[in-house]
Design a protein around this ligand. Structure first.
Ligand code: BV8
Length: 245
């Protein structure tokens, strides 16, 4: 492990362009349940039953109940050492953080140049996509006053401004993320690498000549792809790497 960390630290030191892509695993140490881990959301519910436009159309109260409980949980969580290290690195020219997480802990850690591929739990938008309500608005109230929040513009149902399965990502975020794969070093941290298009970025970076490394507790579909595969807790590995810089 020592040699692996030294090798990766040398790559981090030498990288003019460094991109870090994160998943739920980076927030695990903050107390945010992952999706596929113990108590994970996808363990108790089928993703498509809760995180799809159809699910919301047929049961908005149930879907909101779920998101409201996630907001309540995340509201009691703080960024951990892994978020803090990436926030510090992001002050360096050429560092981009791309996340699948909707908990905004990277935002609260002060991360600059952050690409939030799947939106935010703390933003709402008009489900009916009325002109004024299509642009998400921030609402950090916990609890939200209404079981089903309303669009302040058209009075229709408001939805969490997250990307649901079957929905396209914001093209601006996708192009920033793709642009960030043109880098010297691409780190994939705490993600099970099964949800697309996010899971395709490590392959894209590799095809563009980036040195790639994974930090994860367990093997993932990306493990066989990367140049360096590090098993461990992100909240321990990232501070250790930072100390080696
Ligand atoms: C789309 C927001 C156009 C909502 C989320 C290609 C092939 C196959 C399928 C598809 C494909 N292209 C599109 C699809 C369909 C689908 C998809 O990928 N399905 C999968 C399930 C096969 N993708 C979509 O629908 C996307 N839209 O493509 O639109 C289109 C549409 C239709 C058809 C074609 C094209 C939209 C995807 C976004 C969905 N929204 N979130 C919400 O949060 O409620 S996804 C959500 O789940 C997260 O954002 C994240 O992306 C994913 C969970 O993954 P992880 O974050 O990795 O979390 P997980 O728990 O799985 O893993 C945690 C990892 O951390 C583990 O490996 C664990 O070992 C590790 N770990 C734990 N603790 C630690 C740790 N590691 C280090 N340290 C620790 N301490």
């Amino acid at each position: 492990m020592e040699r692996l960390l030294q090798t990766l630290a040398a790559r981090i030191r030498g990288a003019r362009r460094l991109t870090a892509m994160t998943g739920a695993g980076i927030s695990a140490a903050s107390g945010v349940p992952t999706f596929r881990g113990p108590g994970g959301m996808w363990r108790t519910h089928r993703a498509e039953d809760l995180a799809t436009p159809d699910a919301f159309a047929s049961a908005p109260a149930l879907v909101w109940e779920r998101y409201a409980s996630r907001r309540e949980k995340v509201a009691s969580c703080r960024p951990n050492a892994a978020h803090d290290v990436l926030a510090r690195w992001s002050t360096r020219e050429g560092v981009v953080v791309v996340t699948q997480n909707v908990d905004d802990l990277h935002v609260r850690a002060g991360t600059r140049d952050l690409v939030r591929l799947h939106g935010s739990l703390w933003e709402l938008a008009c489900f009916g996509r009325c002109t004024a309500g299509a642009q998400p608005w921030r609402d950090e109230r916990v609890p939200l006053p209404d079981a089903i929040p309303r669009c302040p513009h058209c009075g229709g149902h408001a939805r969490p401004a997250v990307v649901w399965f079957g929905e396209s990502l914001d093209p601006a975020d996708v192009s920033r993320a793709l642009e960030a794969t043109a880098c010297d070093l691409f780190l994939t941290i705490g993600t099970s690498a099964v949800v697309y298009p996010a899971a395709g970025l490590v392959r894209e970076a590799r095809s563009r000549g980036a040195f790639t490394a994974e930090i994860n507790l367990e093997e993932t579909p990306a493990s066989s792809l990367v140049d360096l595969d590090i098993r461990g807790h992100a909240e321990e590995i990232l501070p250790t790497l930072d100390a080696l810089l």
